[in-house]
Design a protein around this ligand. Structure first.
Ligand SMILES: C[S@@+](CC[C@H](N)C(=O)[O-])C[C@H]1O[C@@H](n2cnc3c(N)ncnc32)[C@H](O)[C@@H]1O
Length: 296
Protein backbone atom coordinates (compact mmCIF):
# COMPACT_ATOMS: atom_id res chain seq x y z
CA UNK A 1 0.00 0.00 0.00
CA UNK A 2 2.87 2.40 0.67
CA UNK A 3 4.38 1.81 -2.82
CA UNK A 4 5.57 4.97 -4.51
CA UNK A 5 3.64 6.15 -7.53
CA UNK A 6 3.83 8.80 -10.22
CA UNK A 7 1.09 10.73 -12.05
CA UNK A 8 0.58 14.01 -13.85
CA UNK A 9 -0.07 17.20 -11.96
CA UNK A 10 -3.53 17.47 -13.49
CA UNK A 11 -4.44 13.99 -12.25
CA UNK A 12 -3.16 14.69 -8.74
CA UNK A 13 -4.99 18.02 -8.50
CA UNK A 14 -8.29 16.46 -9.60
CA UNK A 15 -7.76 13.53 -7.20
CA UNK A 16 -7.09 16.06 -4.39
CA UNK A 17 -10.38 17.85 -5.16
CA UNK A 18 -12.20 14.47 -5.09
CA UNK A 19 -10.74 13.65 -1.68
CA UNK A 20 -11.77 17.02 -0.27
CA UNK A 21 -15.36 16.25 -1.30
CA UNK A 22 -15.29 13.69 1.51
CA UNK A 23 -14.87 16.53 4.04
CA UNK A 24 -11.99 17.83 6.12
CA UNK A 25 -9.87 20.94 5.71
CA UNK A 26 -7.67 21.56 2.63
CA UNK A 27 -4.82 22.64 4.92
CA UNK A 28 -4.91 19.23 6.66
CA UNK A 29 -5.09 17.38 3.36
CA UNK A 30 -2.03 19.23 2.07
CA UNK A 31 -0.23 18.44 5.34
CA UNK A 32 -0.92 14.72 4.74
CA UNK A 33 0.17 14.98 1.12
CA UNK A 34 3.43 16.53 2.29
CA UNK A 35 4.17 14.28 5.29
CA UNK A 36 3.05 10.93 3.87
CA UNK A 37 3.30 11.58 0.14
CA UNK A 38 6.35 13.84 0.08
CA UNK A 39 4.51 16.44 -2.05
CA UNK A 40 5.28 19.81 -0.50
CA UNK A 41 2.96 22.80 -0.60
CA UNK A 42 5.31 24.58 -3.01
CA UNK A 43 5.40 21.50 -5.31
CA UNK A 44 1.58 21.60 -5.31
CA UNK A 45 1.65 25.27 -6.38
CA UNK A 46 4.05 24.44 -9.21
CA UNK A 47 1.67 21.74 -10.45
CA UNK A 48 -1.07 24.36 -10.70
CA UNK A 49 1.17 26.36 -13.04
CA UNK A 50 2.38 23.31 -14.98
CA UNK A 51 -0.27 20.54 -14.69
CA UNK A 52 1.37 18.38 -17.39
CA UNK A 53 4.42 17.84 -15.23
CA UNK A 54 4.89 14.34 -13.77
CA UNK A 55 4.99 14.20 -9.99
CA UNK A 56 6.44 11.36 -7.91
CA UNK A 57 4.60 10.48 -4.73
CA UNK A 58 6.30 8.54 -1.92
CA UNK A 59 3.31 6.23 -1.40
CA UNK A 60 0.29 5.07 -3.37
CA UNK A 61 -2.71 7.36 -3.75
CA UNK A 62 -4.81 4.53 -2.32
CA UNK A 63 -2.72 4.63 0.87
CA UNK A 64 -3.23 8.40 1.19
CA UNK A 65 -6.93 8.02 0.43
CA UNK A 66 -7.34 5.41 3.20
CA UNK A 67 -5.60 7.69 5.71
CA UNK A 68 -7.77 10.64 4.69
CA UNK A 69 -10.99 8.60 4.96
CA UNK A 70 -10.04 7.50 8.49
CA UNK A 71 -9.27 11.09 9.46
CA UNK A 72 -12.56 12.41 8.09
CA UNK A 73 -14.81 9.53 9.21
CA UNK A 74 -13.29 8.76 12.63
CA UNK A 75 -11.75 12.16 13.49
CA UNK A 76 -8.37 10.49 14.03
CA UNK A 77 -5.59 13.10 14.13
CA UNK A 78 -3.45 12.94 11.00
CA UNK A 79 -0.35 12.96 13.21
CA UNK A 80 -1.52 9.66 14.73
CA UNK A 81 -2.15 8.17 11.30
CA UNK A 82 1.21 9.33 9.96
CA UNK A 83 2.95 8.59 13.27
CA UNK A 84 4.93 11.82 13.32
CA UNK A 85 4.72 15.56 13.77
CA UNK A 86 7.15 18.24 12.60
CA UNK A 87 7.99 20.53 15.52
CA UNK A 88 10.63 23.27 15.35
CA UNK A 89 13.45 21.72 13.34
CA UNK A 90 12.77 18.07 14.22
CA UNK A 91 10.25 15.41 13.29
CA UNK A 92 8.87 13.90 16.49
CA UNK A 93 7.12 10.57 16.80
CA UNK A 94 3.44 11.16 17.62
CA UNK A 95 1.02 8.68 19.18
CA UNK A 96 -2.10 8.59 21.36
CA UNK A 97 0.25 8.22 24.37
CA UNK A 98 0.79 11.99 24.58
CA UNK A 99 -0.48 15.36 23.42
CA UNK A 100 0.49 16.16 19.83
CA UNK A 101 2.96 19.03 20.26
CA UNK A 102 1.38 22.30 19.15
CA UNK A 103 3.07 24.98 17.12
CA UNK A 104 2.43 27.73 19.66
CA UNK A 105 4.42 25.76 22.26
CA UNK A 106 7.52 26.30 20.10
CA UNK A 107 7.43 29.88 21.41
CA UNK A 108 8.28 28.70 24.92
CA UNK A 109 11.70 27.70 23.61
CA UNK A 110 12.18 30.96 21.71
CA UNK A 111 11.29 32.90 24.86
CA UNK A 112 13.72 30.88 26.97
CA UNK A 113 16.49 31.48 24.44
CA UNK A 114 15.70 35.22 24.33
CA UNK A 115 15.72 35.52 28.13
CA UNK A 116 18.78 33.44 28.87
CA UNK A 117 20.76 34.32 25.77
CA UNK A 118 23.99 32.44 25.47
CA UNK A 119 24.60 32.19 29.22
CA UNK A 120 25.33 28.62 30.24
CA UNK A 121 22.75 26.99 32.48
CA UNK A 122 23.43 24.09 34.79
CA UNK A 123 20.08 22.39 35.10
CA UNK A 124 16.66 22.62 33.45
CA UNK A 125 13.32 20.86 33.88
CA UNK A 126 10.34 20.21 31.63
CA UNK A 127 7.28 19.56 33.81
CA UNK A 128 4.62 17.51 32.01
CA UNK A 129 6.89 16.53 29.14
CA UNK A 130 4.36 14.49 27.12
CA UNK A 131 5.99 13.66 23.77
CA UNK A 132 9.24 15.20 25.04
CA UNK A 133 9.03 18.07 22.51
CA UNK A 134 10.28 20.72 24.95
CA UNK A 135 12.90 18.37 26.43
CA UNK A 136 14.27 17.66 22.93
CA UNK A 137 14.51 21.37 22.15
CA UNK A 138 16.07 22.22 25.54
CA UNK A 139 18.63 19.42 25.07
CA UNK A 140 19.57 20.88 21.68
CA UNK A 141 19.73 24.50 22.90
CA UNK A 142 21.72 23.76 26.07
CA UNK A 143 23.62 20.53 25.33
CA UNK A 144 25.93 20.89 28.34
CA UNK A 145 23.12 21.33 30.87
CA UNK A 146 21.59 18.50 32.87
CA UNK A 147 17.93 18.03 31.97
CA UNK A 148 14.99 16.53 33.85
CA UNK A 149 11.66 15.73 32.22
CA UNK A 150 8.68 14.72 34.36
CA UNK A 151 5.31 13.21 33.55
CA UNK A 152 2.63 11.31 35.42
CA UNK A 153 2.06 9.09 32.37
CA UNK A 154 4.55 6.27 31.83
CA UNK A 155 3.26 5.84 28.26
CA UNK A 156 4.10 9.48 27.53
CA UNK A 157 7.56 9.04 29.07
CA UNK A 158 8.29 6.06 26.77
CA UNK A 159 7.41 8.23 23.79
CA UNK A 160 9.50 11.11 25.16
CA UNK A 161 12.47 8.77 25.56
CA UNK A 162 12.23 7.59 21.94
CA UNK A 163 12.01 11.19 20.75
CA UNK A 164 15.03 12.22 22.81
CA UNK A 165 17.06 9.27 21.50
CA UNK A 166 16.02 10.01 17.92
CA UNK A 167 16.12 13.81 17.82
CA UNK A 168 18.73 14.72 20.45
CA UNK A 169 20.97 11.64 20.64
CA UNK A 170 23.59 13.42 22.79
CA UNK A 171 21.00 14.54 25.31
CA UNK A 172 21.68 14.68 29.05
CA UNK A 173 18.05 14.35 30.05
CA UNK A 174 16.70 12.08 32.79
CA UNK A 175 13.04 11.09 32.72
CA UNK A 176 10.97 10.85 35.91
CA UNK A 177 7.54 9.35 36.43
CA UNK A 178 5.64 11.32 39.06
CA UNK A 179 3.73 14.48 39.81
CA UNK A 180 5.26 17.85 38.88
CA UNK A 181 8.16 18.66 41.27
CA UNK A 182 7.82 15.55 43.45
CA UNK A 183 10.38 13.33 41.66
CA UNK A 184 12.87 16.22 41.51
CA UNK A 185 13.26 16.91 45.23
CA UNK A 186 16.92 15.95 45.15
CA UNK A 187 17.63 19.00 42.96
CA UNK A 188 15.25 21.54 44.49
CA UNK A 189 16.86 24.97 44.62
CA UNK A 190 19.06 24.15 41.62
CA UNK A 191 16.88 24.61 38.52
CA UNK A 192 18.05 27.53 36.39
CA UNK A 193 15.30 27.09 33.80
CA UNK A 194 11.90 25.39 34.03
CA UNK A 195 9.34 25.11 31.27
CA UNK A 196 5.85 23.72 31.59
CA UNK A 197 2.87 23.41 29.30
CA UNK A 198 0.49 21.86 31.84
CA UNK A 199 -3.11 20.73 31.23
CA UNK A 200 -5.17 23.93 31.47
CA UNK A 201 -8.58 23.37 29.89
CA UNK A 202 -11.46 23.78 32.38
CA UNK A 203 -13.22 20.44 32.82
CA UNK A 204 -16.56 21.95 31.71
CA UNK A 205 -15.09 22.80 28.29
CA UNK A 206 -13.82 19.32 27.41
CA UNK A 207 -17.11 18.16 25.89
CA UNK A 208 -17.05 21.12 23.47
CA UNK A 209 -13.58 20.38 22.10
CA UNK A 210 -13.09 19.28 18.50
CA UNK A 211 -13.54 15.47 18.41
CA UNK A 212 -10.06 15.14 16.88
CA UNK A 213 -8.73 16.40 20.23
CA UNK A 214 -11.45 15.27 22.65
CA UNK A 215 -11.67 11.68 21.47
CA UNK A 216 -8.03 10.95 20.65
CA UNK A 217 -5.70 12.95 22.89
CA UNK A 218 -5.11 11.93 26.53
CA UNK A 219 -7.41 13.77 28.93
CA UNK A 220 -4.57 13.78 31.46
CA UNK A 221 -2.84 16.18 29.05
CA UNK A 222 -5.88 18.43 28.64
CA UNK A 223 -7.98 18.78 31.79
CA UNK A 224 -6.91 21.39 34.33
CA UNK A 225 -9.76 21.02 36.82
CA UNK A 226 -12.82 23.23 37.32
CA UNK A 227 -11.18 26.54 36.38
CA UNK A 228 -8.34 24.99 34.36
CA UNK A 229 -5.74 26.23 36.84
CA UNK A 230 -5.24 23.16 39.08
CA UNK A 231 -1.97 22.04 37.48
CA UNK A 232 -0.62 25.59 37.27
CA UNK A 233 -1.31 26.02 41.02
CA UNK A 234 0.58 22.77 41.69
CA UNK A 235 3.55 23.85 39.58
CA UNK A 236 3.65 27.28 41.23
CA UNK A 237 3.28 25.91 44.76
CA UNK A 238 6.88 24.68 44.84
CA UNK A 239 8.45 26.89 42.17
CA UNK A 240 10.11 29.26 44.65
CA UNK A 241 11.74 26.34 46.45
CA UNK A 242 12.75 24.41 43.36
CA UNK A 243 14.16 27.19 41.17
CA UNK A 244 17.69 28.39 41.77
CA UNK A 245 18.05 32.04 42.85
CA UNK A 246 17.35 33.99 39.64
CA UNK A 247 16.05 30.81 37.99
CA UNK A 248 13.44 31.31 35.28
CA UNK A 249 9.99 29.70 34.98
CA UNK A 250 7.99 29.82 31.73
CA UNK A 251 4.42 28.57 31.56
CA UNK A 252 1.93 28.13 28.73
CA UNK A 253 -1.73 28.65 29.64
CA UNK A 254 -5.22 29.03 28.14
CA UNK A 255 -6.20 32.18 26.21
CA UNK A 256 -8.15 33.70 29.13
CA UNK A 257 -5.93 32.81 32.10
CA UNK A 258 -3.20 35.45 31.87
CA UNK A 259 -4.33 37.67 34.76
CA UNK A 260 -5.03 34.69 37.03
CA UNK A 261 -1.66 33.08 36.27
CA UNK A 262 0.27 36.31 36.93
CA UNK A 263 -1.59 36.71 40.26
CA UNK A 264 -0.73 33.13 41.19
CA UNK A 265 2.93 33.71 40.28
CA UNK A 266 3.07 36.77 42.53
CA UNK A 267 1.33 34.91 45.37
CA UNK A 268 3.95 32.15 44.94
CA UNK A 269 6.68 34.70 45.74
CA UNK A 270 8.08 34.90 42.21
CA UNK A 271 9.45 38.14 40.77
CA UNK A 272 9.43 39.92 37.40
CA UNK A 273 6.15 38.25 36.44
CA UNK A 274 5.31 39.01 32.84
CA UNK A 275 2.59 38.04 30.36
CA UNK A 276 3.71 37.27 26.81
CA UNK A 277 1.50 37.04 23.70
CA UNK A 278 1.52 34.30 21.08
CA UNK A 279 1.89 35.09 17.37
CA UNK A 280 -1.80 36.09 17.21
CA UNK A 281 -1.31 38.61 20.01
CA UNK A 282 -3.16 36.53 22.64
CA UNK A 283 -1.53 36.40 26.09
CA UNK A 284 -0.73 32.68 26.29
CA UNK A 285 2.56 32.60 28.23
CA UNK A 286 3.73 33.72 31.64
CA UNK A 287 7.31 34.21 32.74
CA UNK A 288 8.70 34.80 36.21
CA UNK A 289 11.86 34.18 38.16
CA UNK A 290 12.88 33.34 41.69
CA UNK A 291 14.13 36.53 43.31
CA UNK A 292 17.65 36.93 44.50
CA UNK A 293 20.30 36.24 41.95
CA UNK A 294 21.39 35.86 38.39
CA UNK A 295 22.25 32.65 36.62
CA UNK A 296 26.04 32.27 36.66
C1 LIG B 1 -0.55 19.88 27.75
S1 LIG B 1 0.38 18.40 27.89
C2 LIG B 1 1.98 19.04 27.39
C3 LIG B 1 2.87 18.02 26.75
C4 LIG B 1 4.16 18.60 26.16
N1 LIG B 1 4.95 19.25 27.18
C5 LIG B 1 3.82 19.57 25.05
O1 LIG B 1 3.98 20.78 25.27
O2 LIG B 1 3.41 19.14 23.98
C6 LIG B 1 0.51 18.24 29.65
C7 LIG B 1 1.33 17.06 30.14
O3 LIG B 1 1.29 17.07 31.57
C8 LIG B 1 1.20 15.74 32.03
N2 LIG B 1 0.66 15.74 33.39
C9 LIG B 1 -0.64 15.81 33.81
N3 LIG B 1 -0.71 15.77 35.14
C10 LIG B 1 0.57 15.68 35.60
C11 LIG B 1 1.15 15.62 36.89
N4 LIG B 1 0.41 15.64 38.01
N5 LIG B 1 2.50 15.56 36.98
C12 LIG B 1 3.27 15.54 35.87
N6 LIG B 1 2.77 15.59 34.62
C13 LIG B 1 1.44 15.67 34.48
C14 LIG B 1 0.32 15.05 31.01
O4 LIG B 1 0.48 13.65 31.05
C15 LIG B 1 0.80 15.70 29.72
O5 LIG B 1 1.84 14.94 29.14
Amino acid sequence: MKDAQACTGAFLLQWRRDQLQRGGRPVDFDWLLDLSGGVSWSALQQLRIDPDRTIHIQCSLKFLEDQWIRHVAEAIPLQHLVGSCPWRDVELEASPAALIPRQETELLIDLAVQRIGRQPIRRWADLGTGSGALAVALSCEWPEAEGHAVDLSSAALSLAWRNLQQCAPLHRCQLHCGSWWDPLQLWWGQFDLVLSNPPYIPSGQIAELDPVVRDHEPHLALVGGRDGLDSIRRVLANADAALSPGGLLLLEHHHDQSTAVLDLMQQAGLAECEAVPDLQGVLRFAIACRPGGVIE
